[in-house]
Ligand binder design. Structure first.
Ligand code: MG
Length: 372
């Protein structure tokens, strides 16, 4: 089997309401999403979506994915998409780094491998653990009352897991954490996502001020070194998110004891082939996992559910469905969705199990084909 054509589509995805994180310093109103289709000489086509969370959050942007595709497409046309390690090696030789731009190529190849074998990707990743995957809400930084109202709206949709964005004035953050934890319901899991906004001294001050409250803090500071410093001087579990990109990062987090939880974002780490390795290192070291898209529609969300569902329940804290924050939906009613009880699941169909509607995506913005 050979890749014969690469087609790129672009969609602007609007958020239903403006969203702030990292203490409110970053504001988001729309996302630039790229949809990739790989066609093969055997009639199978694979899809993937790559959608960075805007261009101010991480060193990744939508136009960057499409620019890198100009390099990847000619290098990959003619290759067998089922040979995932080979595909990734050729991308690494073509353009070192730029993991976020490699993710859609890697993931679309997994979609083809699944269709070729008649299996959903989760089975190819080691097999499905049947327990449903709790979906985390994403609570924008606001007043304590405003944030609780937002949590209540998610509760009405069945959510029991909440990712709460803090990281502003530390006095206000302490107030937010205390107030929201006082209002936590039995069976709920609230964690506080700082998105790198605190300095080490601020993180140590806040976390020690609420030391009596069992709470997990995600990416309190900018670097792994700063988070390791905070880890040594605080007691609550730390989750690493933005600064987990490579296998080397994962090995450091495990061997230096920097965190007890990691948040694996498929776009940031470069796709399923690399994410599977991160999962395995985390599993071997007793590190629990959240597994999410960086952003995007139901296609990006569904890609992620295959990895999430390959992790046993006791090691898997949850996922996130960005689709619920968006106006547009390129595959209405299909793919991984909220089951009404705040849980998600990977589809049973071969491959990813969902493809976007072409009439919603419109014409491709670029097409690359083999010369033959
Ligand atoms: Mg996070």
């Amino acid at each position: 089997m050979k890749i014969t054509r690469v087609s790129l589509f672009q969609m602007t995805l609007h958020l239903k309401k403006p969203y702030r994180l990292s203490g409110g310093r970053l504001l988001f109103e729309k996302l630039d999403s790229t949809f990739l289709r790989l066609d093969t000489d055997e009639g199978l086509s694979g899809w993937a979506e790559a959608c960075p969370w805007g261009h101010t959050y991480l060193p990744a942007h939508g136009a960057g994915i499409r620019a890198a595709a100009e390099l990847f497409a000619p290098a990959l046309i003619g290759m067998d998409p089922r040979r995932l390690e080979h595909i990734n090696r050729v991308m690494d030789l073509t353009l070192p780094g730029h993991l976020y731009a490699k993710q859609p190529f890697d993931t679309a190849c997994w979609d083809i491998l699944g269709q070729a074998t008649g299996l959903p990707i989760v089975e190819l990743l080691g097999g499905r653990y049947e327990e449903p995957i709790p979906i985390a809400s994403s609570i924008s930084t606001d007043t304590p009352d405003g944030m609780l109202a937002d949590i209540d709206a998610y509760r009405a949709l069945g959510y029991t897991t909440h990712s709460i964005k803090v990281g502003a004035d530390i006095g206000l953050d302490i107030e937010r954490i205390r107030f929201l934890k006082q209002n936590e319901k039995p069976g709920e899991f609230m964690f506080f996502d700082v998105n790198r906004a605190w300095t080490p001294s601020e993180a140590i001050s806040v976390m020690n001020a609420v030391a009596e409250i069992p709470a997990t803090f995600e990416q309190p500071c900018e670097t792994l070194e700063q988070c390791a410093h905070v880890r040594r001087l605080t007691r609550q579990p730390i989750s690493l998110d933005e600064r987990l990109e490579t296998e080397g990062d994962m090995q450091r987090i495990a061997s230096e004891g920097i965190g007890e939880v990691v948040n694996i974002k498929l776009n940031r780490v470069g796709g399923l082939t690399r994410a599977r390795r991160l999962r395995d290192i985390a599993m071997a070291n007793g590190i629990k996992m959240l597994v999410m898209a960086t952003g995007g529609s139901v296609l990006a969300d569904t890609e992620v559910q295959h990895l999430a569902q390959s992790i046993p329940r006791e090691m898997r804290l949850g996922t996130w469905l960005c689709q619920e924050m968006l106006v547009e939906d390129p595959a209405p009613g299909r793919g991984s969705r909220n089951d009404g009880a705040g849980n998600s699941a990977a589809p049973d169909a071969p491959g990813i199990g969902v493809a976007p509607d072409l009439d919603v995506l419109g014409e491709p913005v670029a097409v690359y084909e083999s010369a033959a």
